[in-house]
Design a protein around this ligand. Structure first.
Ligand SMILES: [Zn+2]
Ligand SMILES: [Zn+2]
Length: 367
């Protein structure tokens, strides 16, 4: 069993610090991955600080993982030693329920739902209908680590055209925005609105544009107009009430990427008849919705969670094919606590990606 090192939080109030742990040998059907890069997702911060009330400590976050296959267990056929591969938010699911059989593991209805890359099963034993944990693991450690072992079916292939550090955020931010764009069948010529222009909004705008849609991003500030222009999309600051009013009943689809409670009513007004606004950024209650506006034009407000394993592979291939990817800033892991503070302060439009070589250096020092 190789020793590995990662950065973890011991309590909700503590900073992330180095922690060594025993990494299992890959069993049949599993691959061991030497992590190269790991993206920093806003949910890593929510989890490390127990802001969703479900954190298992120690908490070693990271679910935007790109690495190289170091070893494979028996009967592995999809990946071989040396392949550059990715791991997103899920590392297993029940594989038996209806969503799993339909290939939508992110909506797994098994007793413990899916097994998250870090923080263990989505439904822990205490909250499962039979009081059991069928995965046999209460906690899992994510990609802020030198290595990880994952079932081969949940490991993605990173196309050669994508730099590994650029591919990392596609595994969560990319698929979270790609899945709803596909599910609600966004096509060339559609008018798509993207609410919020942070890490998720940036990916949503790029993906929708590559699908041929006419994209408008809605931002809190004027500052991001230049960024929008660079991407070739329109930008409307929320404060511009006249511009907001002029867009009434005009969008085929809207995607809200705002990572906290917000008022969707002004945006529901902008949907066309029969159209949907999908919320992917916030998991908390939204401001009360005005049903008159929805009923009068048969509009929908919906939710969507990450994406399936098949869609994750699709969005990686789509980004490689269209030459798009997130804007990133690579940091050494020693700067992670500082990066968290900056993300929390708001509106870091690029994605921080940790260079795990900086962690491997600590491993060598510790040995
Ligand atoms: Zn994420
Ligand atoms: Zn399932």
């Amino acid at each position: 069993m190789p020793q590995a090192i990662g950065y973890a939080a011991k309590h909700s109030f503590s900073r992330l610090r180095p922690m060594t742990f025993q990494c299992d040998d890959p069993k049949a059907g599993e691959v061991e991955i030497e992590v190269l890069f790991c993206g920093v997702c806003h949910s890593d911060i929510h989890q490390a600080k127990n802001e969703w009330g479900n954190t298992v400590y120690p908490c070693m976050p990271g679910h935007e993982i790109v690495g190289r296959v170091a070893r494979v267990g028996g009967s592995v056929t999809r990946h071989k030693v040396g392949d550059v591969v990715g791991v997103g938010c899920m590392i297993d699911s029940c594989r038996a329920c209806e969503p799993c059989r339909a290939g939508e593991q992110q909506y797994c209805e098994g007793p413990n739902s899916w097994l998250a890359t870090y923080n263990g099963p989505m439904v822990p034993a205490a909250k499962s209908p039979d009081g059991q944990n069928h995965y046999g693991r209460d906690n899992t450690f994510g990609g802020y680590a030198t290595r990880i072992v994952v079932a081969e079916d949940f490991v993605l292939k990173i196309p050669a055209a994508l730099k590994p550090e650029v591919a990392a955020p596609i595994l969560c931010a990319g698929v979270t925005t790609y899945s709803p764009l596909r599910y609600w069948k966004v096509k060339a010529g559609d008018k798509v609105g993207v609410i919020g222009f942070g890490g998720l909004g940036d990916m949503a705008a790029k993906l929708a544009k590559a699908m041929g849609a006419e994209v408008t991003v809605f931002t809190r500030t004027e500052e991001k107009k230049k960024e929008a222009a660079r991407l070739g999309v329109s930008c409307v600051p929320e404060s511009d009430k006249d511009a907001m009013k002029a867009l009434k009943n005009s969008f085929d689809f809207m995607l809200s990427t705002v990572p906290e409670k917000h008022d969707v009513n002004p945006y529901v007004q902008m949907l066309k008849r029969n159209a949907t606004l999908a919320v992917v950024g916030a998991l908390e209650p939204l401001a009360p919705e005005n049903n008159m506006e929805r009923a009068m034009h048969r509009k929908s407000v919906a939710g969507s969670l990450i994406g399936s394993i098949a869609e994750t592979q699709e969005v990686l291939d789509f980004c490689a094919e269209h030459g798009i990817g997130p804007d990133i800033q690579v940091i050494p892991i020693q700067e992670i606590n500082d990066a968290y503070r900056k993300v929390e302060r708001g509106d870091v439009r690029f994605r921080y990606v940790i260079d795990i070589a900086s962690l491997r250096a600590e491993e060598v020092e510790a040995a």
